[in-house]
Design a protein around this ligand. Structure first.
Ligand SMILES: [Zn+2]
Length: 231
């Protein structure tokens, strides 16, 4: 698969699993030859993304390949990749459950499997602004808030997840949306709730999300993709 094909498949998986927001939200992949970043182009929903709707850009957002428009929030991707050589793919979405959960200010606790990927310690957060991450300085601050973690809640805005490759970054976004959604359901009941302690959470993180498990889950997600709605 080419990098553009990887981004297009990842976008369609995200759209099918809780991370769609009309034409907003995006996925990127580091160019394997070090020639910039492959990023979903602007103007289409993630479920509409084909490989010709993926562009290659440099750190300043300059278009290097492809003829689509560049998302305003490209610095989220390019600045995280500049700060984190281990990161090969970045997701940014406006997943509703993540936005709603961030607004509660509650720590994200593992009430099911998914939360163990994000706690302990509590998930990283970016609270300085809920506005668009539209320049390199803000992108750098987001990268700093992410630190060495796999995910970040952008308060009043959305989520960011990263991974060494597209499948990991995409599945981490799906798991984060689900973890947030489940804890919102629990919080709505208003009672004390059961959750993993630190030892159980760390053991489950290793067991439930081992590489072979993630590989099989990714194959399942790709098999189940609906036909592209591109037109
Ligand atoms: Zn955004």
């Amino acid at each position: 698969m080419t990098p553009a094909e990887e981004v297009s498949v990842g976008c369609r998986v995200l759209a099918a699993h809780g991370n769609a927001d009309l034409i907003w939200g995006h996925l990127s992949r580091r160019d394997p030859d070090g020639k910039g970043t492959w990023l979903k182009s602007a103007g289409h929903g993630m479920e509409e993304i084909t490989s010709d709707r993926v562009v290659r850009i440099d750190r300043n957002g300059t278009l290097l390949q492809g003829d689509g428009r560049v998302h305003l929030e490209y610095p989220i991707h390019t600045e995280i990749m500049a700060a984190r050589p281990d990161v090969g793919a970045v997701v940014h979405s406006h997943a509703e459950s993540a936005v709603a959960f961030a607004a509660t200010g509650l720590p994200l606790h593992p009430v099911g499997h998914e939360g163990t990927l994000f706690w302990p310690p509590d998930i990283a957060r970016f609270t300085r602004t809920g506005d668009l991450i539209r320049d390199r300085a803000l992108g750098g601050e987001v990268a700093e808030a992410l630190g060495d973690r796999n995910a970040l809640l952008l308060h009043r805005h959305g989520l960011v997840t990263v991974g060494p490759d597209v499948p990991t970054a995409v599945m981490t976004a799906i798991f984060l949306e689900k973890a947030c959604r489940m804890q919102l359901q629990v919080a709505a009941v208003g009672t004390a709730y059961d959750r993993s302690d630190e030892a159980e959470a760390l053991a489950k993180r290793a067991r439930c999300y081992a590489p072979a498990q993630l590989e099989a889950a990714w194959a399942y997600l790709v098999r189940g993709l609906p036909p592209t709605t591109a037109r």
